[in-house]
Write a protein that binds this ligand. Structure first.
Ligand code: ATP
Ligand code: RIB
Length: 312
């Protein structure tokens, strides 16, 4: 199956190499546990979302900054194997490429520690230098693993160019987002923890997510799409509040579920699907991804997602 319109999605963000150990349980501080599986895969929230959008069938340009090392070169090769345009990836001669150390337990829970390295040497002037390609995007997708000022430059540029922007604020910001910034973001996709950090408000009970979500919409966000793991997601905008349930699966590794969701969401919206359908398809893609190990290796292609929806 092919998409009705083949959109151009531009993803700006991080690229990492994920070094993952699976073990029965996660270690506590000071504790050593013996793992039973190790694998290396390309990762980083930006790259994972680029791969997801590409496997969803979109034309994808990925802009990131990697180090001049084998990790970075290997990442680029893998993105090219997926058919992603890597012509605008920048090379940092002074820093290593990003690295994530990941531990996953037998229930699929994880701990992640990221050395941002070249991802944090990605500056606003790098974005200015890419304005010509940025102009050609149908939709822009960003996350929170590059410097705030760089993301802010993208948000302002997308707003001025009238290109819809999805901001996945993961990991959560150090301080709440101002109303001036919120008004320039068409889709904000936090998880629960990130919603607290974006707003500076604590979720004490389940009903708080509705109140805080609606307040965020009043402060300027056009569409809030709150992801809630195996509980699905919640869409809140001026017209509606809709819960979209998760598909029921046996999760073995949830690393990158949010990235798979966001990349698919961007691709579906840009292809002209409704917001509700886009979220449903993104949820199906993310559900498939948690049944397989690794962030990028677990991202399904569009045909697989269509078949999954038809059979669930
Ligand atoms: P992560 O940080 O683990 O990449 P996240 O916290 O950003 O993820 P989640 O809310 O965990 O994002 O997941 C995004 C979406 O993926 C959910 O809204 C849901 O649709 C789907 N999903 C995640 N976990 C599961 C699961 N165990 N079973 C089914 N669907 C899931
Ligand atoms: O969202 C999952 C990603 O977070 C991993 O691929 C890891 O690189 C970290 O950036």
């Amino acid at each position: 199956m092919i998409l009705s319109k083949k959109p151009h999605i531009l993803i700006i963000g991080s690229s990492n190499t994920d070094l993952t150990i699976k073990s029965e349980k996660l270690p506590s501080p000071g504790e050593t546990v013996i793992g039973n599986e190790f694998f290396i895969a390309s990762g980083g929230k930006g790259a994972n979302q680029a791969v997801a959008a590409r496997r969803a069938g979109a034309n994808v340009t990925f802009i990131a900054k990697i180090g001049d090392d084998d990790f970075g070169r290997n990442n680029i090769q893998l993105y090219q194997n997926d058919g992603i345009n890597t012509d605008h990836i920048l090379i940092d001669k002074n820093n290593y490429s990003g690295i994530a150390l990941i531990m996953v337990d037998s229930k699929g829970e994880n701990l992640i520690s990221v050395a941002s390295n070249s991802n944090y040497n990605f500056h606003p002037k790098d974005i200015e230098s890419k304005k010509e390609i940025i102009k050609t995007a149908d939709i822009i997708l960003i996350q929170n693993e590059i410097p705030d000022q760089t993301n802010l430059t993208v948000i302002n540029m997308a707003f001025d160019l009238k290109i819809p922007l999805i901001f996945n604020p993961a990991p959560g910001p150090k301080k709440p987002l101002s109303s001036t910034i919120l008004k320039k973001i068409k889709y904000l996709t936090p998880n629960k923890k990130e919603l607290e950090l974006v707003t500076g408000k604590l979720i004490k009970e389940e009903t708080d997510i509705y109140t805080i979500g609606q307040e965020l919409v009043q402060s300027g966000i056009e569409n809030l799409i709150l992801t809630l793991g195996n509980k699905g997601s919640l869409l809140i905008n001026k017209n509606e509040t809709i819960a979209i349930p998760a598909f029921k699966v046996d999760a073995i590794d949830t690393v990158g579920a949010g990235d798979c969701f966001n990349g698919y969401l961007g691709a579906m919206l840009a292809s002209g699907k409704s917001l509700y359908d886009s979220i449903k398809i993104a949820s199906a893609a993310a559900a498939i991804s948690v049944t397989k190990r690794g962030a990028q290796p677990s991202i399904p292609n569009y045909n697989e997602v269509v078949h999954f929806i038809e059979t669930h």
